[in-house]
Design a protein around this ligand. Structure first.
Ligand code: IVH
Length: 692
């Protein structure tokens, strides 16, 4: 069936737009259209191609993900072998390399192309008359595995070359890699879901390309950089490697932006050091740099030894992974109470830094790795992240080791350690009582939207906690000028800083007087500020306000159980549990009593429960991401209009507000035939019902 000309034109236009968007994103690093728009264009093209079979074409942007998994990978013989590189680890080896080139070419000062050595997987991409026809791994250099279907899913790899004059045959070589941010994101998700995380981005790239089902590869965030050529037919090569890379860029391939030119051993070493210094900041892992003689005629003059060119050299960074032994496993308590197991290691030098601790992340990770005291482990330091234990060397495990178990109580304060359902982290339940959490709790307590204690900054709070002057928020109200002056003096002694404050005694006490006055002013507060200031998990300003209104006074709130709290608009079961749990803890009650005893006060009044407003008596469920307001704020505004905001959909639900990527709650609402609002409708409603 003939395709109407207008449809064919539209399809061609869509393909061009999508290809351009990819090119801008992956090659020029200058995204042109938002993801949502890209998706919309892709869907439109898919619809056209589905309706008009004759439009189908293998290089269409819709054809990146194949329909079914393969049984096995075929074998591909490389038309030209894929070579490896000679390695250098020292400055002297680089100088020797340059000297060999000077001798071999007769050029006293040859120019080199200098490039990052990407830590991924080498592949070869074959284009015939501009179409991507086959892609293969390096394998043994002579032949590799046919991973075409997987490579097609990588959007940085063009399915069709750009430009007018396209070579009859072009093999492009380069590296498939997993960007570091994507790797971190992938692992965070895997850990959350109790799945096995990837050991490093390199394994991530390799493992993803070895999937027999391209639909899995398509979900992995892979990218590609071109760095070389294989067989070429019908393209007049420029005389230099660097110009060839520029040509590949024109054809639509991404080339590492850090690639450049240098000459002389000192120039090469300068590049090595410059890239090394920026290594942690690069968005991808590299394991060194590569120097390549830039002029092709000089490359030919140098030739090859065994399987490596004599005109190129890989200058490697020191290894980022080392093995060492675990001397102890401790747990650390973070400022939010999160408990992190940490391996104490026999000191080991990893890429120039002595490592003695490595994070084990959480209980799930320990379980998976099964790390035990006495084990030999591989530790890895990548980027500026905390070193981590990658794996245990099983056959080096000594006899009679014991499995590690997370402690049941906080090592700092002795409070119970709890892990909520569906969460990976365990937390100390000590809250304000736990010294590890104290500073953070105090900083929040003093902040502008909480008790608003002007001048009580992070540094001062940390010093107060550090020097043991303050344990609970109530202790702040017992401090006098002399305490602050003494604190400053002791902090100066501790830090070895010149105690100018002591010399200029008057200035020091003025500063302390101001602080004491600010603390005093904060005694006069409101119930909602106090509730927010206490730092109960998930109680933000809007929930604090709702609670203050609903109970009117603190005592009835402290006494309320979960079921009473569930009656409060905008309070679901999780939050109800948090509030009740907080006030059940004896030390939290003690802190509140102490605050009252030191003169902190707030007006109290009758409860204001009768839901009024246009949504009185209605129960609303929010689901998915609300981009304009956020769910908390939307909930608070709905509650302000009298609605009860609930956490789950039932027959009692009046309507559901569904944001971006809403899931099972939306499905359930549809099943039950409940009214569904999108974000625009909600905004419209709030706008016309809330006073500005
Ligand atoms: S050139 C004949 N350039 O290093 C030259 N290789 O040990 C062949 N690699 O298998 C390779 N970044 O996976 C070249 N900018 C770069 C590279 C690079 C990473 C890898 C590649 C290759 C290995 C050679």
């Amino acid at each position: 069936m003939a395709v109407p000309a207008a449809v064919a034109k539209r399809a061609a236009g869509l393909r061009r737009k999508l290809e351009d968007a990819n090119h801008r994103y992956y090659v020029l690093d200058d995204p042109a259209i938002p993801d949502a728009e890209y998706d919309a264009l892709l869907r439109e093209l898919e619809a056209l191609e589905a309706e008009h079979q004759a439009l189908a074409s293998a290089d269409s942007p819709t054809q990146r993900v194949g329909a079914r998994p393969l049984q096995e990978f075929g074998e591909v013989r490389h038309a030209l072998p894929m070579l490896s590189l000679g390695n250098a680890f020292s400055e002297q080896e680089v100088r020797d390399f340059v000297a060999r080139i000077v001798a071999g070419t007769g050029d006293g000062d040859p120019v080199f192309s200098v490039e990052p050595k990407l830590d991924g997987l080498a592949i070869s991409l074959r284009y015939e008359r501009g179409q991507f026809v086959r892609g293969a791994t390096r394998g043994d250099g002579a032949s590799g595995e046919d991973v075409t279907a997987n490579l097609r899913t990588i959007k940085a790899i063009p399915l069709r070359l750009r430009g007018e004059q396209l070579p009859a045959e072009l093999e492009v070589r380069g590296e498939v890699y997993m960007p570091r941010a994507a790797f971190e994101k992938f692992n965070a998700r895997a850990r959350e879901h109790g799945e096995k995380p990837l050991a490093n981005p390199r394994n991530g790239a390799a493992g993803s390309l070895r999937q027999l089902d391209p639909r899995i590869t398509a979900k992995r965030p892979l990218a590609f950089f071109a760095y070389g050529l294989g067989a070429v037919e019908g393209w007049k090569l420029p005389p230099r490697h660097s110009q060839m890379l520029a040509g590949l860029r024109e054809f639509g391939f991404p080339v590492a932006p850090e690639a450049g030119a240098a000459n002389g051993a000192d120039g090469l070493l300068e590049y090595y050091r410059a890239i090394g210094g920026r290594r942690d900041a690069l968005p991808y892992d590299i394991d060194g740099v590569v120097y390549k003689l830039d002029r092709f005629d000089q490359q030919n003059a140098m030739g090859f030894v065994s399987r490596a060119p004599r005109w190129a050299l890989a200058h490697k960074f020191p290894a980022q992974e080392q093995s060492t032994t675990v001397e102890a496993i401790d747990v650390q308590v973070g400022r939010t109470g999160a408990i992190t197991p940490v391996a104490r290691l026999a000191p080991v030098n990893v890429a120039g830094v002595v490592v003695t601790n490595a994070t084990l992340h959480n209980a799930d990770q320990i379980e998976r790795l099964d790390v035990r005291v006495g084990d030999t482990v591989i530790v890895r330091r990548a980027g500026d992240v905390i070193p981590e234990v990658v794996r245990v060397v099983d056959d080096k495990r000594p006899a009679r080791t014991v499995r590690f178990a997370m402690p049941a109580t906080c090592p700092i304060c002795g409070s119970r350690v709890a892990r909520e359902e569906g969460e990976v982290v365990s937390r100390c339940t000590g809250g304000l009582f736990c010294p590890a959490q104290r500073a953070q709790a105090l900083i929040h307590f003093a902040s502008r939207r909480a008790m608003d204690i002007e001048g009580l900054g992070d540094r001062i709070v940390e010093d107060l906690v550090d020097l043991g002057l303050v344990r609970t928020v109530a202790d702040l109200y017992r401090l006098d000028v002399a305490d602050f002056v003494a604190m400053r003096r002791r902090a100066d002694e501790r830090d070895g800083t010149v105690p100018e404050t002591v010399k200029a005694g008057k200035v020091a006490s003025k500063w302390a007087e101001n602080l004491v006055a600010a603390i005093d002013r904060s005694r006069n507060t409101t119930l909602e500020r106090l509730l927010f200031a206490l730092g109960i998990r998930d109680i933000g300003e809007s929930s604090a306000k709702t609670l203050a209104k609903y109970f009117g006074a603190l005592d009835p709130l402290v006494a309320a159980d979960e079921s009473a709290l569930l009656e409060v608009p905008d309070v679901g079961p999780i939050v109800a549990g948090r509030i009740a749990g907080f006030f059940r803890e004896p030390h939290n009650r003690e802190v509140i009593a102490a605050l009252r005893a030191t003169g902190v006060h707030w007006p109290e009044g009758p409860p204001q429960r009768s839901a009024e407003g246009p949504l009185a008596g209605k129960t609303v469920v929010l689901t998915g991401a609300l981009s304009e307001l956020g769910r908390d704020e939307a909930g608070a505004q709905l509650a302000a209009l009298g609605a009860k905001v609930a956490g789950s959909v039932s027959k009692k639900t009046s309507f559901v507000v569904a944001g971006e990527a809403a899931g099972s709650k939306l499905d359930k609402a549809r099943q039950l035939g409940i009214e569904i609002w999108d974000e625009a409708r909600l905004l419209e409603f709030l706008r016309s019902n809330l006073a500005p």
